[in-house]
Write a protein that binds this ligand. Structure first.
Ligand code: ZN
Ligand code: FE
Length: 261
């Protein structure tokens, strides 16, 4: 952890499109500035202009248009370096640097670890800023939810969520969508007995009524309230009629029910 708040990594959360969040991350020591995904060019540029930052990097979590759709325009404007998954390079527009699971790369004076988290797409990755305890998870883990399985199996997604849940409880989780209120309704339907979830759902309603974001979240908060990572909960298993079921089966059934909720 760096000493002195003036040196702390700056993170700007940027509402984009209907319900996306883009993020711009700035290292004051070196001036390095990254857009984590590129859902929409104009609001990202507005933050850069307001702060007087120069975009040096784009870090893509996955290829979907609401995550990589602004790559080419931003690269043409800023000549920034685009970092994305090696195993999905063909679908990341303008990619310069291909990264794989467990690899660490320098971003300014910081180091960022790549976590492969397939399931939503086959080439989905997360970016873990180790010293800051911040992780950018794209569409893999949401506040009270997880991404739909467009290209992966429940086994893969369960492995990906488990990898994220192995990070320290206090890790701040930056999700790419504001889906929390709808996720809370589903979570309460499958684990209505969960007191922490009940309290969180009320807090979410308060925040949304004031037009405030419910993101970021933390690993610890998700561990207590997110049904997709609570496959060991006896109450959840009971709802699903899978008491004693193995984690992948409980996860798969939770995801299936959410798809039809
Ligand atoms: Zn997506
Ligand atoms: Fe998305």
């Amino acid at each position: 952890m760096k000493i002195g708040s003036e040196n702390n990594l700056k993170i700007e959360q940027i509402p984009c499109l209907d319900d996306n969040y883009g993020y711009v991350v700035h290292d004051p020591e070196t001036g390095a500035t990254a857009s984590i995904d590129t859902p929409e060019v104009a609001p990202i540029n507005a933050v850069l202009a307001e702060r007087g930052w120069t975009l040096t990097h784009i870090l893509n979590t996955h290829h979907h248009f609401d995550h990589a759709g602004g790559n080419e325009a931003l690269k043409a404007q800023w000549q920034c370096r685009i970092i994305g998954a090696a195993n999905d390079a063909a679908r990341i527009p303008g990619i310069d640097m291909r990264v794989s699971d467990g690899e660490t790369f320098d971003f300014g004076s910081r180091s960022v670890r790549v976590l492969e988290v397939p399931g939503h797409t086959s080439g989905h990755i997360a970016f873990y800023f180790c010293e800051e305890g911040a992780v950018f998870v794209g569409d893999t883990l949401f506040a009270l939810g997880c991404g739909r399985l467009f290209e992966g199996t429940p086994e893969q997604m369960w492995g990906s969520l488990s990898k994220l849940m192995a990070l320290p409880d206090e890790t701040v989780v930056y999700c790419a969508h504001e889906y929390t209120q709808a996720n809370a309704a589903f979570a309460l339907s499958v684990e209505p007995q969960n007191k922490a979830l009940q309290a969180r759902a009320k807090e979410i309603d308060r925040l949304r009524a004031s037009g405030l974001p419910t993101v970021p979240t933390s690993i610890g908060r998700e561990r207590e309230t997110n049904p997709f990572v609570r496959v060991h909960s006896a109450h959840l298993q009971e709802t699903l009629e899978l008491s004693g079921g193995d984690p992948v089966a409980v996860f798969a059934e939770t995801r299936r029910r959410k798809d039809h909720f």
